[in-house]
Design a protein around this ligand. Structure first.
Ligand SMILES: Nc1nc2c(ncn2[C@@H]2O[C@H](COP(=O)(O)OP(=O)(O)OP(=O)(O)O)[C@@H](O)[C@H]2O)c(=O)[nH]1
Length: 195
């Protein structure tokens, strides 16, 4: 391969999408990669892949490999292998399904464990999907924010159906500091990175 061919190779980033079945992972990946949405639910068995090439400022081309992991794989043997080496992880739940939010604790633990030995530590985002169904919401927004703050996650509310995406800025609070210290010295806040 010549130098110029090598230079033109895109940087590849691995993005893994996890969360309960029917929370909308495939729909989000399809919305992102193909700008489409299908109403019909078709369970992902194992995993699926999507590729999307994006251009960043500075003439930098990046190919995102989106690994759409079937919700039924939690507890399965292959899951930590799928998640290992991810640059980014989306923890997806359905805002109208409280159980899908509660189960994120397990998904999050698995993501951390799978990457214990990895050189790359992924950027992790908490994604509340189906905000077009706001009237059916069962997971309060402050629960979502607290989970982000406690774990240093990026916060996002989206709808794969409409393509709506709201990135929420939140202070990251270090809860290990005692309350008095926090009252005297207000928490150092860093903005949750939002695309
Ligand atoms: N109203 C609404 N429905 C959605 C949205 N996202 C997904 N759905 C629907 O929710 C159902 C499940 O979506 P999927 O994307 O297949 O869910 P999944 O998380 O990939 O499910 P598994 O493959 O079982 O892991 C489908 O009927 C989708 O059409 C959304 O933002 N709004």
């Amino acid at each position: 391969m010549s130098d110029s061919e090598e230079e033109s190779q895109d940087k590849q980033l691995k993005i893994v999408v996890v969360g309960d079945g029917a929370s909308g992972k495939t729909s989000l990946a399809t919305r992102f990669a193909q700008e489409a949405f299908g109403k019909q639910y078709k369970q992902t068995i194992g995993l699926d892949f999507f590729l999307k090439r994006i251009s960043l400022p500075g003439n930098l081309n990046v190919t995102l490999q989106v690994w759409d992991i079937g919700g039924q794989t939690l507890g399965g043997k292959m899951l930590d292998k799928y998640v290992y080496g991810a640059h980014g992880v989306l923890l997806v739940y359905d805002i109208t399904n409280y159980q899908s939010f509660e189960n994120l604790e397990d998904w999050f633990s698995m993501v951390k464990k799978a990457n214990e030995e990895s050189d790359i530590q992924p950027v992790i985002s908490l994604v509340g999907n189906k905000i077009d169904l706001e009237h059916m919401r069962t997971v309060k927004s402050d629960k979502h924010q607290r989970f982000c703050q406690e774990n240093g996650l990026i916060s996002q509310f989206v709808s794969a159906k409409t393509g709506d995406s709201r990135v929420v800025k939140a202070d990251i609070v270090n809860y290990s500091q005692d309350t008095v210290a926090r009252t005297v010295n207000p928490p150092r806040s860093s903005m949750c990175v939002v695309q």
